[in-house]
Design a binder for this molecule. Structure first.
Ligand SMILES: NC(=O)c1ccc[n+]([C@@H]2O[C@H](COP(=O)([O-])OP(=O)(O)OC[C@H]3O[C@@H](n4cnc5c(N)ncnc54)[C@H](OP(=O)(O)O)[C@@H]3O)[C@@H](O)[C@H]2O)c1
Length: 285
């Protein structure tokens, strides 16, 4: 079986490949796709086949997907272009006769999450594609908070506008394991899987965890969305980025990332990485 991983040059894609190899997959049956030539060369050094894949250049997709049985479409990161790019990947998978696994966002088809529309559009394309597919609706990566955690450990404070909203985050490693399990099985064909951490947390819990690990006292400075945007701009973010970050925090405050039903831990056969363990590892404590 040949498995094509798009976005293989990124953080999640590389970990999915590690997880496939850890499960005994022959590296020569994996095709790693991406644009970053240095990252592709590193993967080739492990015996993995590589292909230049650009979601905006359908001919690269057709070439890379020849002989593919399964394709993991890791969502792109060029906001606003992704629906069209993902359509090109779906079309190429159909031509190749491959089934497809797609990394989406929590409750993408109904959520008010600012990131949901392109994922909803992609899921809609999959539904009408005739392909056999599985959707991995990944919640947040715990890694999204690396800078916040490090700064909290140093400065003793966290600025946020998430209120009491919880985040069912898991690590990329957790999601990568699930992607590998799904790619290596036919059990999940046709399923839309809501994947998240077992123990959703809020910023008070994050602060308490950093306090415990770092041995300092971390306070949470909860601000309004407008105050958050102003503060982020004060740190040098442009208007668009500051507004986007604050909008995501507002989504969290609304509870849009709060739910987890244990599907991720069931698929990977172990609990998801606890926040305490993650913070301890990150801070080297
Ligand atoms: N759940 C979350 O918290 C969260 C957070 C951030 C992002 N995401 C989403 O999850 C995806 C994977 O996360 P990650 O951490 O692995 O992101 P990442 O490290 O930024 O990797 C993104 C990958 O997408 C590839 N890509 C982007 N545009 C492409 C294009 N036009 N053609 C071909 N490849 C393209 C990149 O390839 P090259 O570098 O080779 O161009 C790279 O391999 C992201 O792309 C984003 O959609 C989720």
């Amino acid at each position: 079986m040949t498995i094509v991983i798009t976005g293989a040059t990124g953080h999640l894609g590389r970990q999915v490949i590690e997880q496939l190899l850890a499960r005994g997959v022959d590296p020569s049956t994996i095709v790693a796709g991406g644009r970053n030539e240095d990252a592709l060369a590193q993967l080739a050094g492990k015996g993995i086949r590589t292909a230049r894949v650009d979601y905006s250049d359908p001919s690269t997709l057709d070439d890379a997907f020849v002989g593919a049985e399964k394709v993991l479409l890791i969502s792109g990161n060029e906001m606003g272009k992704r629906s069209v790019q993902h359509k090109a990947v779906i079309d190429a998978a159909r031509k190749a006769g491959a089934s497809l696994v797609y990394t989406s966002a929590p409750k993408a088809s109904t959520s008010a999450l600012v990131l949901a529309p392109e994922h909803k559009a992609t899921e809609g394309l999959l539904e009408g594609s005739g392909l056999t597919y599985t959707v991995l609706r990944n919640n947040w990566y715990t890694e999204n908070y690396d800078d916040t955690i490090r700064q909290a450990a140093t400065t003793g404070s966290i600025l946020t506008s998430t209120g009491r909203g919880k985040i069912a985050s898991a690590t990329r490693r957790d999601y990568a394991e699930a992607a590998a399990v799904v790619l290596l099985s036919d059990e999940y064909a046709g399923e839309i899987l809501e994947l998240g951490g077992d123990e959703p947390w809020d910023f008070d819990e994050l602060a308490a965890t950093v306090s415990e690990v770092a041995g300092n006292h971390v306070t949470v400075n909860q601000v309004s969305t407008e105050e958050h945007i102003a503060a982020l701009k004060g740190f040098g973010l442009d208007d668009g980025t500051a507004g986007f970050v604050a909008a995501l925090d507002a989504n969290i405050a609304e509870g849009l990332l709060a739910e987890s039903d244990g599907t991720l831990s069931r698929i990977i056969g172990r609990p998801t990485t606890p926040l305490r363990q993650y913070v301890g590892d990150l801070l080297g404590a």
